[in-house]
Write a protein that binds this ligand. Structure first.
Ligand code: UDP
Ligand code: G6P
Length: 601
């Protein structure tokens, strides 16, 4: 391929595990584009209209991958090759492998469906109408028919078709018209600290950094006690309805009302971290941090002056003298310096909602919803809002924290999604020991709901967006958040400990087993005879007969999932038997030991 002008790079990907990677430079193969598009149309009936750069990339990439696989298997004489494709963008290679009868077995995993994402973002009652959509027409109306064709072809041509959650499996069955063979839930690399409570210390450290930001952002309005302040947040791609920002803001308004009327001493600062088009940070946001820094620097200088004077006077003290008078310790010059700094904190406006200059302030859906519910950071509001329309970064001058550190410093993640095939954000919260709210329309929410009996005790709150009307779901979300504000510090600490104990559930060590099973199935489908022969030689265990060991009967144990022995439920969706040692996760159960200083009610 190199000789034919294709740019490539082979090496190790610098992430955990350092996997071997081959990259193709699609830019070096664009001279084949028209030829390949014609071929795609004649072999698979997939159109690719001009001017869609993403599709062009997908076509070039797909053809390069199929070309590579074709060449590769000619040289690979002894081992079978499993090719695993993720998402429609990588999907073009699958129908090509099939059509060219390349000697590989293929897996296609979709992490969402194109059409599902588009339909949900509009105002349709998606889940109640899934089976009735005229898929071709709907894709056509949205200008994504050709992309939809790639996705559908990939799903149908793959030897094994999977999704990341059951809810997306259901969606795929109706929108892509193939029932997935199983589910491959997303995992995380769980980092275990040697000191068990290290994550609690990290929480306190990161929270202090968020406090610093708040002091600056609310300069002149620091009339609430940071010791009694809770940080909530929502984060992710800016998909207003899909990510449930509409519901989050409405619930915050109700929470504000409830906290005011109940006379709550707490303050909630709710962050919305969602990238939107902006031109820069606002002058006000930068100024806030600057005036606080100037104040801090001045106080530091004064502090040193006072210390020096106090020391000198104490040094000169004689029997019978008064102790140094604290009122005289500050010089008049220092008083003037301090006055100047304090006057600089005066402000005639309310602390801003948004930290950046928005490209489209007047039509931005988040800002408009905030305007509608009138959460303007008024001193009387118990719920304050900060919209940070950019992903977080430690080099940001206003909120200098990486996303992970920010999450650790918060108290509660709120992800009230309407469309969320998996939902990494709440999973990431869990492994960092931060409680979160999610919905039963998210893959993660359903997965946890299925696995844990009293999930809320473990800091996994799940809002019902399936069986309830919108208003009831909003109230339920409000109630969850309100209950959270009534917890004592001790209760929050205990809950974080319990949340963090769920990490193992989300570890790739466990989730990755589903990938192994998917590959087993792909191999068996492609090479059934080789499998039958191996089976008689090695002997398999029959996966469907295994059971989850009976868990703790006490509340908090995972449900008895007899027959549903794997996180992804491959055992019940696939046919036949498999070669796998499932010991590790069959015997999984919630750790029994409780926190030594567990709070007792
Ligand atoms: N994220 C990030 N920086 C931020 C906010 C979010 O890197 O400031 C990441 C977050 O860690 C998560 C991803 O964005 O991994 C969002 O993934 P999720 O599955 O929640 O949503 P998706 O983008 O798949 O719809
Ligand atoms: C961690 C720290 C404690 C701190 C607590 C604050 O647990 O180890 O020292 O008191 O966080 O918790 P809070 O929920 O109030 O942020």
């Amino acid at each position: 391929m190199g000789e034919r002008g294709v740019g490539w790079l082979y090496g190790r990907w610098l992430i955990d595990g350092a996997p071997r990677v081959i990259l193709f430079d699609t830019g070096t193969a664009y001279h084949y584009l028209d030829e390949w598009k014609t071929d795609l149309w004649s072999t698979a009936g997939i159109p690719s209209p001009p001017g869609d750069h993403e599709t062009n990339e997908a076509v070039v990439f797909g053809y390069l991958v199929a070309w590579f696989l074709g060449e590769f298997v000619v040289h690979e004489k002894s081992r079978a090759v499993v090719a695993h494709f993720h998402e429609w963008l990588a999907g073009v290679g699958i129908p090509l492998c099939k059509h060219r009868r390349i000697d590989v077995t293929t897996i296609f995993t979709t992490h969402a469906t194109l059409l599902g994402r588009y339909l949900c973002a509009g105002s349709v009652d998606f889940y109640n109408n899934l089976q009735y959509f005229d898929v071709d027409a709907e894709a056509g109306k949205r200008g994504i028919y050709h992309r939809y064709c790639v996705e559908r072809a990939a799903a149908h041509c793959a030897d094994v078709f999977t999704t990341v959650s059951h809810i997306t499996a259901y969606e795929s069955e109706h929108l892509l018209k193939r029932k997935p063979d199983g589910v491959l839930p997303n995992g995380l690399n769980v980092v275990k600290f040697s000191a068990m409570h290290e994550f609690q210390n990290l929480h306190a450290q990161s929270k202090e950094k968020i406090h610093d930001f708040i002091r600056g952002h609310f300069y002149g309005h620091n009339d609430f006690d940071l010791e009694n302040t809770l940080y909530f947040f929502i984060a992710g791609r800016y998909e207003y309805r899909n990510k449930g920002v509409d519901m989050f803001i409405e619930s915050l308004a109700r929470l504000n009302h409830k906290m005011k009327t109940s006379g709550s001493k707490m303050t909630v600062v709710a962050f919305i971290i969602m990238p939107a088009a902006t031109s820069s940070l606002t002058v006000e946001a930068l100024k806030g941090q600057a005036v606080i820094k100037a104040l801090r620097d001045t106080v530091h200088v004064i502090e040193q002056g006072i210390g020096r004077r106090l020391f000198d006077r104490a040094l000169k003290w004689h029997e019978g003298n008064e102790l140094p008078d604290e009122a005289q310790l500050m010089s008049s010059q220092e008083k003037i310096m301090l006055k100047r700094r304090v006057f600089a904190l005066k402000r005639n406006s309310l602390p801003p909602i948004v930290t950046h200059n928005m490209a489209d302030d007047s039509t931005d859906p988040i800002l408009n919803q905030i305007r509608r519910v009138q959460l303007f950071n008024h001193p009387s509001d118990r719920v304050k809002i900060i919209f940070h329309p950019e992903f977080l970064n430690a080099s940001n001058p206003v909120l200098p924290l990486d996303y992970d550190d920010f999450v650790r410093g918060t108290h509660l993640g709120v992800f009230s999604s309407y469309y969320e095939p998996w939902g990494y954000t709440p999973a990431e919260c869990t492994v960092m020991g931060v409680p979160s709210i999610t919905t039963n329309l998210s893959g993660f929410g359903c997965y946890m709901e299925e696995l844990i009996e009293n999930a809320a005790d473990y800091g996994i709150y799940i809002v019902d967006r399936r069986g309830k009307g919108v208003d009831d779901s909003v109230n339920q979300l409000t109630e969850f958040m309100y209950d959270f504000t009534t917890k004592t510090r001790r209760q929050r600490i205990n809950q974080r400990n319990r949340t963090e104990r769920l990490s193992d559930l989300l570890d790739w060590k466990r989730m990755g087993l589903e990938y192994v099973k998917a590959r087993q199935l792909a191999l068996r489908r492609a090479y059934p005879q080789a499998f039958d022969q191996m089976q008689s030689e090695i002997g398999f265990f029959d996966g469907t007969e295994q059971k989850v060991s009976r868990p703790l009967s006490a509340p908090g144990s995972p449900r008895d999932r007899s027959g549903m022995m794997t996180p992804g439920d491959f055992g019940s969706l696939q046919e036949g038997k498999e070669l796998l040692n499932t010991e590790d996760y069959i015997n999984w159960k919630l750790p029994e030991e409780e926190d030594p200083d567990e709070y007792h009610f």
